[in-house]
Design a protein around this ligand. Structure first.
Ligand code: ATP
Length: 231
């Protein structure tokens, strides 16, 4: 369980309050209007933004004072998930260790995970020599290898076409959530949430609301979500 206790996040003229929990091993979608604070909230969980108040608790431990690297967290952003000057093997290997020198055993682990996401034989290429969908798979492969229990997705698949995006969402479900990881994903698309999220937390009006089971939420949307959906 990830808990946000009396969390208050602030920029100059923006503030966001969060008092909620995310069930372990589940996928929770964050949905809400542009500028509502979804990325800001993920940044606070990841440790990039110091909260004005409150605490972030993971598995009953206060992780608020830990640096991003010390937190049990992997993150995928919309862009810049891969270093352009490194090969795919090197990029994915960073999930195992921070240096570029991999042992034979580590290289075998990288090859196996690339194989498992459909990128067999592509390890020697640079990211620019992969399609957008393949780059997404490589970034996901690094998250798989990093083996951190909490995974934050800030719309990493938004630039993909609908079929590729659905493939990636299904991979997230099969390879992350079904293996016990806790996933929090920002999305603008209700269809993404309906496809793989167990629950949805609405971010609007300065608050991150507690997650509600996906189907129940869309069947009976609260006013902020109804406005967002244009209903
Ligand atoms: N580094 C920053 N400094 C000052 N204000 C910021 C900073 N980053 C974000 N903000 C402000 O915080 C608010 C929330 O931004 P955020 O990016 O979290 O929203 P979002 O819900 O993720 O939006 P979108 O759906 O458009 O990506 C916005 O008003 C934004 O202008």
């Amino acid at each position: 369980m990830l808990r946000c206790e009396k969390l208050q996040l602030r920029y100059d003229d923006f503030s966001l309050a969060a008092e909620l929990g995310f069930a372990a091993g589940r996928i929770t979608a964050l949905i809400g209007p542009s500028g509502a604070g979804k990325s800001t909230f993920l940044a606070a969980i990841a440790g990039f933004l110091v909260p004005a108040k409150g605490r972030v608790i993971w598995a009953a431990q206060d992780i608020s004072a830990l640096s991003p690297a010390e937190r049990p967290i992997s993150i995928l952003f919309q862009d810049n998930n891969l270093f352009p000057h490194l090969t795919i093997t090197q990029n994915v290997g960073l999930g195992l260790r921070s240096g570029l020198r991999l042992t034979a055993d580590q290289r075998a682990q990288v090859a196996a995970v690339l194989d498992s996401v459909g990128l067999a034989g592509m390890g020697a290429r640079k990211p620019a020599a992969l399609s957008g969908g393949q780059q997404s798979r490589a970034a996901l492969a690094r998250v798989l290898l990093a083996d951190r229990p909490l995974v934050l997705l800030d719309e990493p698949f938004a630039a993909l076409g609908p079929r590729l995006k659905d493939e990636m969402l299904d991979l997230v479900q099969q390879r992350l959530a079904d293996q016990g990881r806790t996933v929090i994903m920002v999305t603008h698309d209700p269809a993404d949430a309906k496809r793989i999220a167990d629950a949805v937390a609405v971010v609007a009006d300065g608050t991150v609301a507690a997650p509600v089971a996906t189907r129940a939420l869309f069947e009976n949307p609260p006013p902020a979500l109804a406005r967002y959906l244009g209903k």
